[in-house]
Design a protein around this ligand. Structure first.
Ligand code: B12
Ligand code: SF4
Ligand code: SF4
Length: 401
């Protein structure tokens, strides 16, 4: 124990200021790039904005985002004895995507490596133990990232980690926005930080650049249109009118962060090796390979320990079908035909039909014609009918890098 007046049983307790300093020191040693503290009071403004967002239908069908604002905005609902919320930021930036000349399914940067929920939670647990030792007292804490019902961006903004960009991401003037937010809700009194401030100025690049027009107003993203929602959280079909706009994204989307000047200037590669492309799926998925995964067990094994298990097998194959169609990926036709003829999921069969329609060619058409007579499920049957309206030869489409 250091000579700060921090004491264990019978000793003097650390002042909130001293405890805050020790937290900073230990959190940085544990690899967190950003450290901030806010009180455990309800996040009033965030709660109000959440309610408006929910009422506008922008939460889509994400059940966990339909919980009452009073719950999502109140740290004490997660831990009664909470006094402070420690908000931590860790850069996950693994670098930029190489050019997609191999016809891959693009993966958002946050998902290139290992599953951040697991990786971060381990370090949070270790940090709590370290703090207990350093402060000489038991700490009651809830540790999590992106896993429990709390408005993490709002808490982090209050804790000084950054400001809300027009893309709704929390931006830090020093590191940009490619960072995860992690939280420790604790029963310690810690000196709070000044809330995060910053501005987008006159920039509107993310609003203009979003492929689907999902950013409806500054800081307001309609999940129903967001490619990240459509390819990760959405359990159903990707709406036909949005499929082309999804481009080659097979998991998540980074466009509104890629165009952001804060990332162009500030993003530095994560110091956590777990988030590098070589630790997980990397920047692109091999589309034909993914389209051949028929068994749930095989899927779980292939993507174990990465965030890519989230949409499930059918969801990820759905996404790869859409990316293949948008890329005009002729080499994916045999796999798409097998999806159409053999996959047990109507979702996959339907999107495979769409992709075959987009890619075209004799084999694709023949498979669709066979399916016309055989497909009985309404969704894929309709997709087959619509897909058969093509008559163009296979072409690799331009414009998707
Ligand atoms: C639901 C969710 C999604 C949904 C909805 C996204 C959204 N914008 O709401 C979908 C699936 C689309 C999604 C996508 C992504 N997500 Co997400 N997601 C969440 C989750 C679980 C909740 C977000 C939420 O509360 N939405 C509700 C709306 C109302 O909240 P909000 O947009 O954040 O709005 C806040 C502001 O309006 C703010 N506010 C208060 N006062 C003011 C004042 C002003 C002027 C403004 C502008 C705003 C503002 O209060 C609101 C409530 O907090 C959080 C984790 C968590 N538990 O918080 C992660 C989280 C936000 N996601 C994260 C990430 C990394 C992503 C993606 C980048 C992943 C990807 N590459 O595909 C994209 C980014 C898309 C985008 N532009 O937002 C990170 C963001 C880190 C950061 N630096 O901001 C989080 C925090 C997870 C984590 N722990 O790291 N996500
Ligand atoms: S993640 Fe993609 S689709 Fe979603 S708001 Fe950003 S640019 Fe638009
Ligand atoms: S792209 Fe421009 S408007 Fe959008 S978040 Fe970044 S600075 Fe703000």
């Amino acid at each position: 124990m250091k000579g700060t007046g921090v004491g264990g049983k019978g000793g003097a307790r650390a002042t909130p200021w001293e405890a805050r300093r020790i937290l900073e020191e230990r959190a940085r040693a544990a690899g967190f790039d950003l450290v901030g503290v806010t009180g455990a009071e309800p996040l009033k403004r965030g709660g109000e904005r959440l309610t408006e967002w929910q009422e506008a239908g922008m939460a889509a069908d994400m059940g966990f985002m339909h919980r009452p604002a009073g719950l999502l905005a109140d740290p004490k609902r997660l831990q009664k004895s909470a006094r402070s919320v420690v908000s931590l930021g860790v850069s996950y930036y693994p670098g930029d995507h190489p050019v997609n000349d191999g016809g891959g399914g693009r993966v958002a940067r946050y998902a290139w490596g290992e599953d951040y929920h697991v990786v971060i939670k381990e370090r949070l647990k270790a940090l709590r133990v370290e703090l207990e030792e350093a402060l000489g007292c038991r700490i009651k804490a809830r540790a999590f990232t992106d896993a429990v019902p709390l408005l993490e961006r709002s808490a982090a903004q209050h804790a000084g980690l950054g400001f809300f960009g027009r893309n709704s991401c929390l931006i830090n003037g020093r590191v940009g926005s490619y960072f995860f937010i992690a939280d420790l809700i604790v029963d310690l009194e810690l000196e709070p930080d000044v809330e995060g401030v910053g501005t987008c100025g006159r920039c509107t690049r993310c609003m203009e650049g979003c492929p689907t027009g999902a950013i409806k107003a500054p800081g307001v993203v309609d999940a129903r249109l967001c490619i990240s929602y459509l390819t990760i959280e959405n359990k159903g079909p990707i709406p036909r009118e949005l499929r082309e706009k999804v481009g080659d994204w097979a998991f998540g989307c980074d466009v509104c962060q890629e165009v952001c000047p804060y990332n162009k200037r500030k993003a530095t590669v994560s110091s956590w090796p777990e988030f590098s492309g070589s630790s997980g799926a990397g920047p692109y998925l091999g589309i034909p390979e993914v389209l051949e995964i028929r068994e749930e067990g095989e899927f779980e094994t292939r993507f174990a320990g990465t965030p890519l298990t989230r949409p499930g097998r059918a969801g990820l194959l759905r996404n790869c079908c859409v990316a293949a169609g948008n890329l005009g990926l002729a080499e994916a036709v045999p796999s798409l035909v097998r999806c159409l003829e053999e996959d047990e999921s109507p979702l996959v069969r339907g999107h495979a039909a769409w992709a075959l329609g987009e890619i075209g060619g004799e084999d694709a058409r023949a498979a669709l014609e066979r399916a016309l007579g055989e497909e009985t499920d309404p969704f894929p049957a309709e997709e087959v009918r619509l897909a058969l309206r093509f008559d163009t030869p296979p072409v690799r489409k331009s414009g998707v890098e």
